[in-house]
Write a protein that binds this ligand. Structure first.
Ligand code: AMP
Ligand code: ZN
Length: 432
């Protein structure tokens, strides 16, 4: 097997030994900021009383609110003159979360990202188009430097402007693209409605991530473009992309355990879940100089996949992110995740590229409306077919979530599109 970094092939013992020694170093280094010095002292944690990896459980969690409270530079563990870059996490209102990197940090991040891309077969001969927003968002520069590090001709196309994206792909014979799942379908639909076949593009691989999507959604992307789509996971607090990535097996995302420690805990209690069960992912950065973050509660829900990956890498795999703990909504006493809805509706070939879940209250009780775009070729069909489709979607949703939502079929491109990550749910229950 061709590898980018020898650490990819380390066995469990080596990985765990390195993790423990790096954990000790990072705990010592983290004491360079007042926040962690105080936290670690209160919990009585010093490097020399971390005897096994399990001892990580005695380190207090770090939550988003801590990072907000320390904005902008409270968590710096090096003199500010050593910082070369900062990024912010997306989608947060109010005080942002800022993460600052040294030159070593950005180099190590680019190496991890290059390792991910190399794992799925990206090589220096590829032309790589990054369709993610640049700026503070880590999907821009984070992916960019990884692709450059591999030696790809890297096009910083940025987000949006579909016509230009397509022109660049054609003109520069782009073979690999980084794209948001929601935008991939929009791009495909744009080509189709212009009478072109998306399969005629030179693309062969898409790196798809930054927001949750289902296996069904991936299959659609692969089918529309005739490519392989690999799931890419990361979060700004842990650098950004490059944290977890699918290998050619496309079954779970390997977490690079020489750079991170991943744990999965029960969201309410913070106690580790039994191996293989779903819980909240908690991440520790093992190598970061500028701003190490210990035991960060990601709010992302997943599970460790049991067993060894046939690809031969011993770095553990997580399942695709099932949703964020914050995305769950409760309607009529039932807990629902948007991905449960997506999983159902995307199995209908008539369904187009976009959908929206509306939660409302009519004064009597809560209601859920699911607006679903229908592909053009079906929308012109007869009324009866559309009514049957509507009923079939409602029935299948009921079987999944035990509630019957109101399903509304919409024309293609009629639902609002987010600039960046897709907004799948609008809760209007407070706006009565
Ligand atoms: P940001 O704050 O911009 O760094 O966004 C990080 C968040 O995006 C993560 O905590 C996840 O909720 C989400 N995310 C990133 N990649 C994926 C992915 N491949 N699947 C699902 N969610 C993702
Ligand atoms: Zn693998």
């Amino acid at each position: 097997m061709e590898i980018f970094d020898p650490a990819e092939l380390w066995g469990r013992e080596r990985i765990e030994n390195v993790q423990l020694s790096r954990l000790k170093s990072i705990v010592t280094h983290a004491r360079n900021c007042g926040f962690y010095r105080e936290r670690l002292d209160q919990a009585g944690i010093r490097a020399d009383n971390l005897r096994s990896l399990d001892d990580i459980r005695h380190i207090p969690f770090t939550v988003k609110q801590d990072l907000r409270a320390q904005y902008p530079a409270g968590l710096l563990c090096v003199p500010s003159s050593k910082i070369v870059r900062m990024h912010c996490s997306s989608g947060t209102t109010g005080t942002p979360v800022a993460v600052c990197h040294t030159q070593n940090d950005v180099n190590a991040w680019a190496d991890l990202m290059a390792r991910c891309l190399h794992m799925v077969g990206v090589r220096r001969e590829d032309a790589f188009q990054n369709m993610s927003g640049y700026g503070l968002f880590t999907g821009g520069l984070g992916i960019h430097f990884g692709a450059e590090r591999l030696g790809c001709m890297t096009i910083p196309a940025g987000a949006g402007n579909t016509r230009r994206q397509i022109k660049l792909i054609k003109d520069f014979r782009v073979t690999v693209a980084h794209i948001l799942p929601s935008y991939a379908l929009i791009l495909g639909e744009h080509l189709r409605s212009a009478g072109e076949d998306p399969r005629d593009l030179p693309l062969r691989i898409a790196v798809v991530g930054a927001e949750p999507y289902t296996e069904e959604f991936r299959k659609r992307i692969e089918e529309i473009f005739g490519i392989k789509a690999y799931n890419s996971y990361g979060l700004s607090e842990m650098n950004g992309p490059g944290v977890g990535f699918e290998c050619p097996e496309q079954h779970g995302l390997h977490i690079w355990e020489d750079a991170y420690i991943a744990e999965i805990v029960e969201p309410e209690t913070g106690v580790p879940v039994p191996e293989g069960e779903v819980g909240e992912l908690v991440m520790t950065s093992l190598c970061r100089e500028g701003m190490p973050i210990l035991r960060y509660r990601t709010r992302d829900l997943t599970r460790f996949l049991p067993g060894e990956c046939p690809c031969g890498r011993a770095h553990r795999r997580i399942d695709r992110i099932l949703g964020r703990a914050d995305d769950m909504f409760i309607i009529k006493g039932v807990n629902v995740y948007p991905m449960q809805i997506e999983e159902v509706i995307m199995t209908f070939p008539e369904v187009g590229q976009n959908y929206l879940i509306l939660l409302e209250n009519d004064g009597v009780g809560d209601m859920m409306r699911v607006q679903v775009e229908v592909r053009d070729e079906y929308f012109v069909e007869d009324m009866r077919m559309l009514q049957n489709l509507q009923k079939a979607i409602a029935r299948r949703l009921r079987a999944e979530i035990l509630l019957t939502p109101k399903v509304e079929l919409m024309e293609s491109n009629s639902l609002p599109r987010a600039e960046g990550k897709a907004v799948r749910v609008r809760d209007l229950r407070g706006n009565r």
